[in-house]
Design a protein around this ligand. Structure first.
Ligand code: AMP
Ligand code: MG
Length: 405
């Protein structure tokens, strides 16, 4: 076993570039509107027609001719949403109209029911109606041909509503990346088991499954394997046959039972096997000859989730067709002194709040790579560049926002 890693130390931007340049959308499919939430639309979607198609009343009231100053107006008929009036409105006449009703011919204003007096079949207007009053003109909400959703945008509630509005009932979306998750380690037991001395419960598999699903992936395979070469190779081959992306946890360091890198060397091409990053220096990235991706994530729970967040999440989103796959960045003031790592870029977990006109960040306590509590509840990763000088309280640093503030 060599004492020095055979893998060159790769800087974070280069590692990310090596991943993202190989992450291209996997294909498209159609789903129904109730299945579309969280997916990424695969084509530009445009409005099929003006909305509203005809002038429409925005209130319950009386459709009249603007400027009509007759003492009282004859009510010709009543029109509700979804029905068209027969009558033609002229000065001295009105049509009783409900919210969403189409304006009758001749009418170009609606006086709210609150602004009229109704006297047996006639109405008295309390003000002279202005042209366009309480009228939604055709195309006000959507103009025919107008772009509604851009290719690669994420479909949320408003987007589902828009798709329905423009008649896109079968929605073109990108295919979700299929992900396999393999936890490795002789020390691992299942979460329902009580770990014997020296063992720990497998948390990475479940955390990574959750993180991958949040990034839009479909989990098609998952397992735990012991640190045994044959067992690992069998599991990795099976996973890669089923999935677009294999995530392994553990077994990428310099220990004698760290077998993932040598196995990836056999079944794929390793693009990097070490990054100048904390937590998670041994992160490994490889691709197979048929274009599948494999990420060897470190075993410590924080290293595994933070490297997922920074390197795998953008890849899964991009594979899944997302146009925006990087977290938003903001400048934050640190609320206490922070000591940087001497050589590696470090992402410290923090909570960011808005305080006295700026974002202020507090780290989540001990930043050990085994301490999952340092991620739980964090809403940001602070980007701490390597150096020898302590960052004093109030220093501005960049943060990746993980959740809405
Ligand atoms: P490794 O990188 O395989 O040497 O793993 C380093 C350490 O991370 C192990 O000693 C375990 O304490 C921990 N670890 C590895 N895999 C898992 C896992 N699936 N769940 C929780 N902890 C893990
Ligand atoms: Mg291990």
């Amino acid at each position: 076993m060599p004492r020095v890693s055979p893998y060159a130390m790769v800087e974070v931007p280069d590692a990310l570039a090596a991943i993202l340049e190989r992450a291209q959308p996997l294909g498209t499919e159609h789903v129904g509107l109730t299945q579309a939430r969280g997916r990424f639309v695969a084509e530009d979607i445009t409005a099929d027609a003006d909305l509203p198609g005809l002038p429409r009343s925005s209130v319950d009231g009386y459709a009249v001719v603007a400027g009509d100053d007759a003492a009282q107006l004859e009510v010709l008929e009543e029109v509700t949403a979804g029905r068209l009036a027969q009558a033609q409105v002229t000065r001295g006449a009105a049509v009783h109209i409900m919210t969403g009703g189409t304006l009758p011919k001749g009418a170009d204003a609606v006086v709210m029911v609150e602004d009229v007096e109704e006297v047996d079949g006639h109405v008295v207007l309390q003000h002279k109606p202005r042209a366009g009053e309480n009228v939604h003109p055709p195309g006000m909400d959507l103009a025919q041909g107008q772009p509604v959703l851009r290719k690669g945008s994420r479909i949320g509630a408003a987007e589902v509503g828009l798709l329905a509005t423009v008649g896109c009932a079968s929605v073109p979306v990108f295919r979700r990346p299929r992900v396999a998750v393999l936890a490795t380690g002789d020390e691992l037991v299942e979460p329902h088991q009580t770990p014997p001395a020296g063992s720990v419960r497998d948390s990475n598999r479940f955390a990574l499954i959750a993180a991958a699903e949040e990034a839009g992936a479909e989990i098609v395979w998952q397992a735990h394997a012991r640190d045994d070469e044959q067992a690992l190779e069998r599991a990795m081959r099976e996973a890669l046959a089923k999935a677009d992306v294999l995530l392994t946890s553990g077994g990428v360091s310099m220990g004698t039972r760290d077998l993932i890198k040598p196995l990836l060397e056999v079944m794929a091409t390793i693009h990097f096997g070490r990054i100048s990053f904390k937590p998670g220096k041994p992160l490994t990235f490889a691709t197979t000859s048929d274009g599948k991706m494999a990420f060897g994530l470190p075993g410590f729970p924080v290293s595994s989730l933070v490297t997922f967040e920074v390197f795998v999440r953008p890849a899964l989103l991009k594979l899944g067709g997302a146009q925006t796959y990087m977290r938003p960045r903001v400048e934050v003031a640190v609320a206490h002194d922070i000591r940087p790592d001497a050589v590696r870029l470090e992402y410290q977990r923090a909570t960011v709040t808005w305080q006295d006109g700026r974002f202020v960040a507090r780290t989540t306590g001990l930043q050990s790579s085994s301490r999952l509590m340092s991620i739980a509840g964090a809403n940001a990763l602070l980007e701490i560049h390597p150096g020898t000088q302590t960052l004093a309280t109030g220093t501005m640093v960049q943060a990746l926002l993980l959740a809405n503030l």
